[in-house]
Ligand binder design. Structure first.
Ligand SMILES: [Fe+2]
Length: 507
């Protein structure tokens, strides 16, 4: 069951988690300021991950490199930590920082002082190579070395990502960054960048038309922020994929994408110690958390441009359409088609994500849970969702029977026979020049027939059952783009708001 089998893989994972912890600490610092207890926790997490690198035998001292689009370790791109690192990468580029090396003795306070130099606009010029050492000394940074890009080859670290991958990476970073900025604006009671979000979703729709598997594959790797930014970007990508399969028109897709991207914007008003609590919420904390739909609708109603579908989705995405879920309105309120679709995507994303208290489920495991709670969902959207994503959703990483790793490009003839692109050769070896671009699972190619033997979730590799997956023949209902039109009660009114907490809701 475990993904990590060799010392090399264990060291690579430790380095990856260390880079993620550094990005997390930087993002937290940018959002909450240097004095926040939440920042202190994130900084301590990074220092602990440095210790783990030492313990696992990662080459010391630990070093991170910064190119324009991605962070690297030992010359290899670290895609997952880079997904939400746009602001950090931008700050490093503005200061001509190519690498930071962390020596023994580097602690949380020193990291906070390093962030003073690396992230604060007022110190933007302090790290210039001519007076960098003096600045580091003045700020008490003695256990980190900062190096510059070489003038002869300033972009040397950006070459290891293929062009298409860089495009997808940039696109995903833009989505995450826009959401991050909007969360910060909402937390400060400032006007959101709704037009910018709409423009980004429009570009996302185009990108999903051209090459869907790249963006969707990145979504399966994003686990820097498990609660807000990463979750909302993934929900938006899922909702766009399903709405497109249902025949939604371009403007409907943009409305759905923006509504999905902003559905949890109300969480920006929830205290961070509750939002990021690693354990179960107590009753009082839950009351706070359960307010996020109403808070989100309030934020979106106060914008210059009010988007009814986004307001409705923010308010209704935890309602089940049968007077269950939360919040419970005083007047009858029927969630819109967009809200009902986002509810399905929201729950699926939560089930297939890793949380501090649970593992990530495979899509089939998530479908089984959702079927047990079928009353909570619009049956047509649930059906369309499962048929669109299939057993191995686009972007999933799978291991084939010859030991090669592959990514799912699209659905094939059967739910369990997707078309995949090999990422490695047999047994994990490097790809050879004559490796096929695409492999149809179950079809014979060059005298061989490949099968999928395991699928990766965010934290493990799950074998395909020997008997295979039962066909998804229980899914017979269909849905179409017209279901995305708002009904007469599609968005909440001010008088229709009342909070109700729900402890029996599994999501
Ligand atoms: Fe939510």
């Amino acid at each position: 069951m475990t993904v990590l089998t060799t010392q090399h893989e264990i060291r690579a994972q430790a380095a990856l988690e260390c880079a993620q912890a550094f990005v997390d600490a930087a993002r937290t610092r940018l959002l909450h300021g240097r004095q926040s207890t939440h920042v202190a926790r994130a900084l301590a997490g990074f220092v602990a991950s440095l210790d783990r690198c030492r313990h696992e035998g990662v080459e010391a001292p630990f070093s991170l490199q910064f190119a324009d689009d991605a962070m690297h370790h030992e010359g290899k791109p670290l895609v997952a930590p880079s997904l939400q690192a746009k602001a950090l990468l931008r700050a490093a580029a503005a200061r001509d920082v190519a690498a930071i090396t962390f020596a023994d003795g580097f602690d949380a306070d020193e990291c906070n002082r390093l962030f003073d130099l690396l992230l604060e606009d007022c110190n933007r010029d302090s790290l210039h190579r001519q007076h960098r050492e003096a600045a580091l000394a003045a700020f008490g940074v003695r256990h980190a070395r900062v190096s510059s890009r070489t003038p002869a080859d300033p972009e040397n670290r950006a070459l290891s990502l293929p062009d298409a991958d860089r495009q997808d990476l940039r696109h995903y970073q833009d989505l995450a960054d826009a959401l991050h900025d909007n969360a910060a604006l909402a937390a400060g009671n400032r006007v959101l960048g709704v037009a910018g979000a709409q423009g980004l979703i429009e570009q996302t729709v185009l990108r999903l038309d051209q090459a869907p598997s790249g963006l969707l594959s990145l979504a399966t790797q994003d686990n820097v922020d498990r609660f807000t930014v990463g979750h909302s970007v993934r929900v938006a990508l899922l909702a766009l994929q399903v709405a497109r399969a249902a025949g939604a028109l371009k403007q409907q897709l943009i409305d759905v994408g923006v509504a999905a991207l902003l559905h949890d914007i109300g969480k920006s008003k929830v205290p961070p110690e509750i939002l990021y609590k690693r354990g179960k919420l107590d009753e009082q904390e839950w009351v706070w958390m359960a307010q996020h739909p109403r808070l989100g609708a309030d934020i979106l109603l106060e914008q210059d441009v009010v988007l009814p579908s986004a307001v409705g989705a923010a308010f209704c995405h935890h309602m089940d359409g049968h007077d269950g879920g939360y919040p419970s309105p005083l007047l009858p309120l029927k969630p819109s088609g967009t809200s009902r679709l986002i509810r399905v995507c929201d729950v699926f994303e939560a089930l297939t994500s890793m949380r501090p208290y649970k593992r990530a489920l495979t899509p089939m495991e998530a479908y089984a849970v959702m079927r047990r709670h079928a009353h909570d969902f619009d049956p047509r959207w649930l059906s369309t969702f499962v048929r669109t994503l299939g057993v191995f959703p686009q972007g999933s990483r799978v291991r084939l029977d010859d030991g090669s790793l592959a990514v799912v490009l699209r659905q094939g003839a059967m739910p369990s026979t997707p078309i995949v692109r090999p990422l490695t050769g047999p047994g994990g070896a490097d790809l050879t020049a004559d490796a096929p671009d695409e492999v149809a699972i179950g079809a014979t190619l060059r005298g061989e027939t490949r099968t999928v033997c395991s699928v990766y979730t965010r934290d493990r590799s799950v074998p395909v059952p020997e008997e295979g997956y039962a066909p998804l023949d229980y899914l017979t209902q269909t849905v179409h783009g017209a279901c995305l039109r708002r009904g007469p009660h599609g968005s909440p009114s001010e008088s229709a708001r009342r909070q109700r907490t729900s402890h029996d809701c599994p999501w």
